[in-house]
Design a binder for this molecule. Structure first.
Ligand code: ADP
Length: 321
């Protein structure tokens, strides 16, 4: 059982009318995080003065393992206390008005567990009760809509223990969508999915992201380039970049270079240059490096992609790119 369930269980009544009222109360639908900090008891500073404005649509939060993504996600989802800073969604103060935020929140935790012996339909109906859908008719309609939307309707009688990883994640999205949330948080949802399942899952998320705020945390940069209209790169608890993927790419255009080298030369290049990526091709290695100017004529200019952006920011350790 995952810690996320605790939140689901304590969530009180949630109707789309309530969500709508909140959406209207604050005007534009956005999440504003200011100066958030969190240090764990063991002294690890997981968030260091994090400020982010997250607009409607798909927002990608990307960073390596241990960067602080889950800490940030759990803090926004009101499951964990921070030491300082503010989190505001639509005029709600997420630190002070937890119950109110939970009414408009859908959360798919990183370690989403399911009861393996229960059918998808029964468990979703159970979550719907916890979410406050007490009318049997309303609940049945909602369960059916969500199972169809996540493409699980035909498998609704199957036990969750027989589901593939991708099906389980889609079920996780179905439960996160109960009660028509305005703020949806999905924490590392594509880890462990095969390419086809991942594609399907990302398509589902992008459909959802049109009218609400969806925060997708991931260490897979391609998830962001395929889906997100805005993004942030986080590392060691610090936001290294926030903005659109296009602006991020434009920011390093003209500063990325490509060279084919022998594999044996790699160590030497790693030492001399800011290497962004290495790709094996036959016996050779294709390097992408970051450099303000062309290092020498053996390097060709290469159009950067988001992966280059990501490794540029990680390699700069907080210094301006
Ligand atoms: P991510 O989701 O990006 O992998 P996390 O937010 O899980 O990062 O972790 C950020 C840092 O905080 C890591 O160094 C991790 O080891 C540490 N951390 C996370 N949770 C705890 C905890 N409950 N107690 C102590 N340290 C923690």
């Amino acid at each position: 059982m995952s810690p996320g369930y605790g939140a689901a269980e304590t969530r009180s009544h949630c109707h789309s009318g309530v969500a709508l009222a909140h959406a209207m109360r604050g005007g534009t639908l956005e999440l504003v995080i200011q100066n958030l900090s969190k240090t764990y008891h063991n002294g690890v500073q997981a968030l260091k003065d994090v400020s982010l404005t997250i607009p409607r649509g798909m927002f990608g939060l990307v960073g390596p393992n241990g960067a602080g993504k889950s800490t940030l996600m759990r803090s926004i989802a009101t499951l964990q206390e921070v030491d300082g800073g503010t989190i505001r969604f639509n005029g709600l103060d997420a630190r002070a008005e937890k119950e109110e935020v939970r009414k408009v929140l859908g959360y798919l935790p990183q370690d989403f567990g399911v009861y393996p012996g229960v059918s998808a339909e029964s468990l979703l109906a159970h979550f719907a009760v916890l979410k406050g859908l007490t009318s049997r008719r309303e609940r049945a309609a909602s369960v059916e809509t969500l199972l169809r939307r996540t493409n699980l309707w035909h498998d609704r009688k199957r036990k969750l223990g027989t589901f593939s990883g991708g099906m389980r994640q889609r079920f996780g999205v179905a439960q996160a969508l109960l009660g028509s949330p305005q703020l949806i948080i999905v924490d590392e949802p594509t880890a462990g999915l095969d390419p086809e399942e991942r594609e399907r899952f990302l398509n589902l998320l992008s459909e959802i992201g049109e009218n609400v705020v969806v925060i997708l945390s991931t260490h897979i940069i391609e998830d962001v380039s395929e889906l997100c209209t805005s993004m942030a790169i986080i590392d060691h608890g610090v936001v290294r970049y926030s903005g659109s993927p296009q602006d991020a790419i434009a920011g390093i255009r003209g500063k990325t270079w490509r060279r084919v080298i022998d594999r044996v030369e790699q160590a030497q290049f790693e030492e001399r240059y800011v290497v962004l990526s290495r790709r094996l091709a036959g016996g050779a290695t294709i390097l992408h490096i970051y450099s303000e100017t062309q290092p020498d004529s053996t390097f060709d200019a290469v159009e950067p992609d988001l992966r280059d952006v990501y490794f540029t920011y990680l390699s700069h350790n907080g210094q301006d790119v």
